[in-house]
Design a protein around this ligand. Sequence first.
Ligand code: UT7
Length: 364
Amino acid sequence: MTSTNPVLIILRPNRGDSPREPPGASLLTHPDALSARRPLCSIRGMGRHLPERQLTNADLEKIMDTSDEWIVQRTGIRSRRVLPDDWITSDLAVASAEAALQDAAIDRSEIDLLIVATVTPDHLCPSTACVVQRKLGMAGVPALDISVACSGFGYALSLAAGMIASGLHRNVLVIGAEAMTRFMNYEDRTSSILFGDGAGAVVVSPEGRFDVLYTDNGADGALAEMIEIPGGGAREPASDKTLADRRHFVTLRGREVFKTAVRQMSLSTRQAVEALGLTTDDIDWLIPHQANARIIEAVGENLGLPSEKVVIDIGDKGNTTAASIPIAMTGVYEAGGFLPGQIIVLVGFGAGAAWSCQVVRVRG
Ligand code: UT7
């Protein structure tokens, strides 16, 4: 079957082996990609859920050697959300999904694929997506988790785009959901001050309000130990020792993540706009993964973007890992920020190391 509608195709035959080494000029894009009549897919609606309970810097001051001043200055975070004691990750996911389904004005019976991006699943097995599917009353719909940490939402969106572009699926519910506070070692002041809980979701369809023009993902497993939850897997099965050594919590090499994140998110964004024949001046909204306000500011500066185009949403939420991009995007959307024709860049970097970038255009 041939199509007269041009589709943007990204092929990367030669992957770089490090974010420090860009993967070479191997992007193939349709020359008329930006005006393509048929984008890869379109976001039809979005929603989010943020728990009401807050863990403030003042609360942290009471349990560890830190200060509000240090945390605000180094991260931009004042408080983070904490899910209710009787909630789990799937509950956050369901709440955000309900909001996205409503916004998309689509009946859940029309959803034919469900993807949950999370590194804080309800349990190792089965997938959180299957629990979400049950809670949403969507029996029979294929459901899977993907574990790509802070780039999980971008990877999931790419997966949805590929499924829709190939015709294998039509309406995909993509959720980023995290209960990060359940995996914090509050004896480690470097990592535990950063993370919070929340979820964001989108409905992705062939037709919608936000056309996905471009998507690209990358990873460098050589950096796998940079951010990890070392215990509880096959390498270090749960034992008295792993518990005593607090191996079941997030650990990170903060400075290294900081520098690599700035470099890779700047590079990914440049590659994305160039692939579409655009420049960074054409970006109306940069919505990066919310790891640290200083990381985001540095990326904005690298790209020469004015601060009003760069979304920093971390102050009252902390880093919500796979949920941070859909949460931030829904925040701008609900505030009426997106205007017809605007170009939005979503870009993430995190554990893996893995990174992800999408360009979305608001339909006129
Ligand atoms: O989404 C991907 C996951 N995100 C990340 O991995 C986060 C990326 N990294 C960061 O956001 C930053 O590197 C941090 C916020 C984690 C740390 O900020 P930094 O400016 O890179 O500080 P640092 O690690 O270089 O530490 C500077 C000082 C150290 O003290 P000394 O050695 O200079 O005496 C730390 O012990 O700050 C100390 N410190 C703290 N002080 C008060 C570290 N954490 C804290 C704290 N409160 N919470």
